[in-house]
Design a binder for this molecule. Structure first.
Ligand SMILES: CC(C)(COP(=O)(O)OP(=O)(O)OC[C@H]1O[C@@H](n2cnc3c(N)ncnc32)[C@H](O)[C@@H]1OP(=O)(O)O)[C@@H](O)C(=O)NCCC(=O)NCCS
Length: 310
């Protein structure tokens, strides 16, 4: 990059931008994290194309001199919204480009009339915390991305099926929305079930009795690097259901040939966090969730939820 940078324009991200936006995203994270090869960030996992495809109207590009130099993605889960990954080309950091992207992102999210919004970020970075605080987000609980080696399912593993094979997908979407509504009013991740199915990003694991579901990313084009199955979102009614659901996710991951199962967990969900630790999950990444307003949302002690706001 380098050289003079002209006026920066924030505009909708379009399909022709995806390759450049993806390159900037990997370079930005890889540089921030100090990787020997910054472009190796996320392996062959994907955020840019899959999130743009799921909702092109909520994807933004920052353009300078005809080049994409940054991007951000807003996600709506019913009454809840989050954004990310927010990235800017490292050669242009600290020139207000992320701030410009965030102003437009907030306009999109405000238009959704959400009751709860948030993001996941690096808790050790004063810059990240200060930037998001200036938009009204406040740091809350440590949020971990944990993983466990996948082993062949033990006898007695919970009965589960998949959304892709379900003859009544509209019914399953309604069931899942009804379940999440009990965790937090209006929380609805139908978008993730649909995106996973329509883009072939993995599948949604359904417990036989409707007491839990998990949107699992695995394979090419998904948010998961090769060899890993990532739980994008999961919810269960109670602790015993949650334990069965995690077991079903492990079985699903094994069925897709994944070596590890990864899951994001806000540690405010005390019991769900305990279950993951007891099942042998270890932290790979520890960050912090920031919320606006400064309320728990669906990260409360009784929430049996896994999610990934990365
Ligand atoms: C995080 C990132 C998107 C920020 O982009 P950017 O264009 O450099 O950010 P901006 O210049 O718009 O804003 C940075 C703000 O932080 C402030 N800041 C910088 N260093 C700071 C520090 N050490 N302490 C407090 N504030 C700091 C700047 O002053 C600026 O605030 P201001 O607008 O009030 O002056 C960019 O660094 C990036 O791509 N990082 C790698 C990927 C990443 O971490 N993404 C976010 C994941 S949650």
């Amino acid at each position: 990059m380098g050289g003079r940078v002209g006026e920066v324009e924030v505009r909708p991200l379009v399909e022709a931008d995806l390759v450049d936006a993806d390159r900037v995203m990997r370079l930005a994270f890889g540089t921030f994290l100090g990787l020997a090869d910054p472009m190796a960030f996320l392996g062959d996992g994907d955020y840019v194309r899959s999130r743009w495809t799921a909702d092109p109207g909520a994807a933004l590009a920052a353009e300078a001199d005809g080049r994409v130099v940054g991007s951000n993605f807003a996600t709506r889960w019913g009454s809840v919204g989050y954004f990310g990954p927010l990235t800017v080309h490292p050669a242009l950091w600290d020139r207000g480009i992320a701030r410009r992207l965030l102003v437009r992102t907030m306009e999109i999210m405000d238009g959704w009339r959400l009751s709860h919004t948030g993001l996941f970020t690096f808790g050790h970075s004063p810059k990240h915390i200060a930037l998001y605080q200036s938009f009204g987000f406040l740091p809350r609980f440590l949020t971990t991305v944990l993983s466990v080696p996948v082993s062949p399912p033990a006898a007695g593993t919970a009965q589960w099926s998949t959304y892709s094979a379900d003859p009544d997908q509209a019914g399953r979407l309604a069931d899942c929305a009804a379940l999440t509504d009990t965790v937090y009013p209006g929380l609805d991740v139908s978008r993730e079930l649909r995106a996973c199915h329509e883009q072939d990003l993995g599948d949604t694991v359904l417990l036989a009795d409707g007491s839990g579901f998990a949107v699992c990313h695995v394979g090419p084009g998904s948010e998961a690097d090769t060899g890993t199955c990532v739980v994008k979102f999961a919810a269960a009614r109670a602790a015993t259901d949650f334990e069965r659901l995690v077991g079903a996710c492990e079985a699903f991951a094994a069925s897709r040939g994944a070596a590890r199962l990864a899951a994001g967990m806000n540690t405010a969900r005390r019991d769900a966090y305990r279950v993951l630790r007891q099942r042998g999950f270890d932290a790979d990444l520890i960050g912090v969730s920031m919320h606006r307003p400064d309320e728990p949302g669906y990260s409360h002690p009784d929430a049996y939820v896994i999610d990934d706001w990365r």
